[in-house]
Design a protein around this ligand. Structure first.
Ligand SMILES: [Zn+2]
Ligand SMILES: [Zn+2]
Length: 209
């Protein structure tokens, strides 16, 4: 190899190196700027009626403090899905895998296909009374193993109501999960946990995830 060819070779290696470095820097920079905090947090609405009466969920034990909102780690089943601030028709979902069964278990309820155990007792289907589920306007036979969808609306009703009465109960559910998805939730969930620069830096580096 001549002296000139060797020099050219070195130059080429240097150029390739610089281009590679700049590409990497640009990639990282763009990630850093456009990265959104990865955190599952969406909402759904529900109501439970027993013998025509809507359960009020008044006890404070039905509601979680902000600490229960977790982050990325699911350390406790209560983190997955819960209610906040004595608002008895809004579920805050923090895990894509959370089911209606998980939610009711966190309230110490058990919801089967033909029975419901509430804080007021066990209600089992019999000749007079049936357990009905209406999910997003459609009657369904089971909910406990269904994952909770974003902006789902669920009615659970035990009793002897007619279809018309059930529709009336369903229409009483406040449908405002979409609003909660837009809100900042200052007192609940996402409140008090800003995306810090160091968190952003760390997450920008983890591009294999
Ligand atoms: Zn929330
Ligand atoms: Zn929460």
């Amino acid at each position: 190899m001549t002296e000139t060819a060797k020099k050219l070779d070195n130059k080429l290696i240097a150029i390739v190196g610089v281009v590679f470095g700049l590409t990497l820097l640009l990639f990282f920079g763009l990630r850093f700027v456009f990265l959104q905090k990865y955190e599952v947090h969406y909402h759904a609405n529900f109501a439970v009626f027993v013998d025509g009466e809507r359960l009020p969920f008044e006890k404070f034990t039905f509601y979680e403090e902000v600490e229960a909102c977790g982050g990325n780690g699911i350390e406790s089943p209560k983190i997955r899905v819960h209610m906040h601030d004595q608002i008895n028709h809004v579920l805050h979902v923090h895990d894509n895998g959370a089911t209606w069964g998980h939610f009711f278990a966190n309230l110490s309820y058990v919801v089967g296909n033909d029975f419901i155990q509430t804080d007021e007792g066990l209600f089992v289907e019999n000749g007079e009374n049936t357990l009905t589920f209406i999910l997003n306007g459609e009657e369904t036979s089971t909910v406990y193993n269904k994952t909770i969808g974003n902006e789902d609306v669920l009615l659970i009703s035990y009793g002897s109501e007619s279809d018309e009465q059930l529709q009336d109960q369903y229409s009483q559910i406040q449908v405002d999960a979409a609003e909660y998805n837009e809100k900042d939730d200052p007192s609940a969930c996402s409140g008090g946990k800003p995306f810090t620069t160091s968190e952003r830096f760390k997450q920008a580096l983890q591009f294999w995830e």
